[in-house]
Design a protein around this ligand. Structure first.
Ligand code: GLA
Length: 650
């Protein structure tokens, strides 16, 4: 080990001599970083839940909770103090010092506390003149600060990107990599550059993992926007050099349990560092179970040469998969849409070797089933199912089954309407299934009547059983999305659920402002969407121009409108509200059905004039307006769809 260390020291120090070497060469030299994260690091960080409200007691209690909750045993070892641990001024020697009120014992004592419990301590600084919260940071102090972190026996540094002093990112992050190497202490280096300069192309030479995007928020729209940005980055990730889609929000309260399960399932599939961001001291049993599921963690920790990636994408229905090192593949069937639907792939599409059949393990329910090739499940809105699929004989495990609910509508109905719902029950493996009984479920006050048999004696692979029902919506039914979740029960009491739904929505008439219509769904990054006001309830203005009509969804956002194929043209002015004082950066996208891109802007910054879009929306059933957080975090991302005018049939 010592030989290895001095080699690294040499590599780090050499380029500092002679003529100034290029930054690329210096980054190369730092390649000899220690292999400290052969699998994605796991731990906890103070930021997502506590922001600047941190004290040494909180850090100690969180370390204790990692142990008492069983998270340490599940693999979570890093206790990371994020921004705001430092005093507002450096000490008399010019060194960083802990805030004397909130961290009276200092960082070294905290490291001792954490180490005594078999855990590791992480700390935070910024590659800037100040941290993101305006406290002393490390640009120009790299050597001294790295020296302090080593002296305090810190095990991990998260190095942020705020207040960069105009110095290019690769220079700032390389200088700290060299400073850390020069300390001789093994310190995991977490590069928090927000994906602004494609860090996946260079940060692997310097650090152990790097952020690929701006900050996550505890919102569905934010989490999904981050997932979108991971597609295509898989080839840059591997042992000791991981893509980091940001810390977990599981348990922080801004998403449903179904959404959090999608969040951690996808993070595990992406080989993401699993850094919990909730209050460990008070977490619910459901949160603990989500964070500590051993089979989900095993998927995260199994790199097998390639991180998980998207293998298919049909509008809102996505399949993400990754090969596993011991054979087989992990798969997430992901439904990002607002209505339940079946998501399907096959063992062949997962890249598994051809076999007579495959074992499917549901890692959340621990149910084992057998399939000939189909890998499918009905998935609720915003939900996912996660399986490990491996070639193998059926043995004693039951066949995989799936229930699916469809209607003869396009998903939209009107009050008083009668439509047909079909519950299809499929058996994907052997042996055949006996006595399948379909029980439809409709919202209260709706009526449902079978129009054929609801029970099948035997169902075999390739010959699904369909039960048909006539469903009538009551005359007074209001706008909303209504579930048609149905059950199929088979001999022996086995049950499978099919998730379906229909919506009652307001169809546009003639020329209208979108802000005068009710959105079908509106997922926003902060607060609620403003209609004809900004997020703060004040009049909208972009670069001095007032917009009396407009939508104000804070990014990251996704807002859907039912157009009913009645419209031809959508015009809008995309920009950031002047209320941010020229701050914020946002991207805008207009999507048609199946998430096809109809129009998009590049990054628009606060203070810049609005970008006009003129979009052909002929034949679009549902229009989706998406705003992304741009290259930094979502602070001040007050996106505005100004004068959103839709031209429709009268
Ligand atoms: C940036 C980072 C976050 C967090 C904050 C702290 O926004 O991206 O993860 O560390 O700074 O101020």
């Amino acid at each position: 080990m010592r030989g290895f260390l001095s080699l690294i020291l040499l590599a780090a120090l050499l380029p500092l001599g002679a003529a100034t070497p290029s930054w690329a060469a210096r980054a190369e030299a730092a390649v000899a970083k220690l292999p400290l994260t052969p699998t994605p690091p796991m731990g906890w960080s103070s930021w997502n839940k506590f922001r600047c409200n941190i004290t040494e007691d909180l850090i100690k209690q969180s370390a204790d909770a990692l142990i008492s909750s069983g998270m340490k045993d599940a693999g979570y070892t890093y206790v990371n103090i994020d921004d705001c641990w430092m005093a507002p001024q450096r000490d008399a020697n010019g060194d960083l010092q802990a805030d004397p009120v909130r961290f009276p014992g200092g960082i070294r004592a905290l490291a001792d506390y954490v180490h005594a419990r078999g855990l590791k301590l992480g700390i935070y600084s910024s590659a800037g003149t100040k941290t993101c919260q305006g406290l002393p940071a490390s640009l120009g102090h790299e050597e001294a600060d790295a020296g302090k972190f080593a002296e305090w026996e810190v095990d991990l540094l998260k190095y942020d990107n705020c207040n960069d002093g105009g110095v290019p990112a690769i220079e700032r992050f390389t200088t700290m990599a060299e400073a850390l190497a020069a300390t001789g202490r093994p310190i995991v280096y977490s590069i928090c550059e927000w994906g602004a300069n494609k860090p996946w192309e260079w940060a692997g030479a310097l650090g152990h993992y790097w952020r690929t995007t701006g900050d996550i928020a505890d919102r569905w729209g934010s989490m999904v926007a981050i997932v979108d940005q991971q597609a295509g980055l898989e080839r840059f990730s591997g042992p000791n050099a991981w893509n980091d889609p940001d810390m977990l929000e599981v348990g922080n309260g801004g998403m449903t349990e179904v959404e959090y399960r999608s969040h951690i399932s996808l993070w595990a599939l992406l080989n993401a560092p699993l850094i919990a961001g909730n209050d460990l001291r008070t977490m619910s049993a459901a949160t603990k179970e989500m964070l500590t599921n051993p089979e989900v963690i095993a998927i995260d920790q199994d790199w097998a040469g390639v991180q998980g990636h998207k293998i298919s994408d049909r509008g809102d229905l996505e399949v993400w998969a990754k090969p596993l090192s011991r054979g087989g593949a992990a798969v997430v069937l992901f439904n990002r849409g607002p209505v339940g639907a079946e998501v399907a792939t096959t063992a062949t599409d997962l890249g598994l070797k051809s076999w007579t059949g495959y074992r499917m393990r549901d890692v959340w329910t621990n149910a084992d089933t057998h399939t000939r090739d189909q890998v499918r499940a009905s998935v609720p809105a915003h939900g996912s199912r996660m399986f490990v699929v491996k070639p193998g004989p059926p043995g004693k495990v039951p066949p995989a089954v799936a229930a699916d609910v469809r209607t003869d509508t396009e998903g939209f109905v009107e009050a008083g309407q009668t439509f047909t719902a079909t519950v299809r029950f499929s058996v994907d493996g052997l042996p055949p299934v006996r006595d399948a009984e379909v029980t439809p479920a409709v919202p209260e006050g709706w009526s449902v009547k079978a129009t054929g048999p609801t029970r099948a004696r035997v169902v075999v692979p390739g010959r699904p059983f369909s039960a048909r029902f006539e469903v009538t919506v009551p005359g007074g039914a209001g706008k909303g999305i209504y579930g048609l979740t149905s059950q199929v029960t088979t001999r022996g009491g086995r049950q499978v659920t099919g998730y379906g739904s229909v919506a009652i929505a307001q169809a546009p008439q003639g020329d209208q402002w979108l802000s005068d219509l009710d959105a079908l769904t509106a997922d926003v990054g902060y607060g609620t969407m403003g209609r004809d006001t900004n997020v703060g309830g004040k009049p909208i203005k972009i670069a001095g121009v007032p917009y009396p009509k407009g939508l104000a969804p804070h990014a990251a956002s996704e807002v859907r409108y039912f157009l009913d194929r009645r419209c031809t043209r959508f015009t809008v002015a995309a920009g950031i509200d002047d209320g941010t004082n020229r701050r914020g950066s946002v991207t805008f996208q207009v999507l048609g059905d199946d998430r096809s891109e109809l129009a998009a802007t590049g990054v628009i910054r606060g203070g810049e004039p609005a970008v006009p879009l003129d979009v052909d929306v002929t034949n679009v059933l549902v229009l989706t307006l998406v705003t992304g957080i741009g290259p930094d975090n979502n602070n001040s991302d007050h996106s505005i769809w100004g004068s959103p005018r839709i031209v429709c049939a009268v």
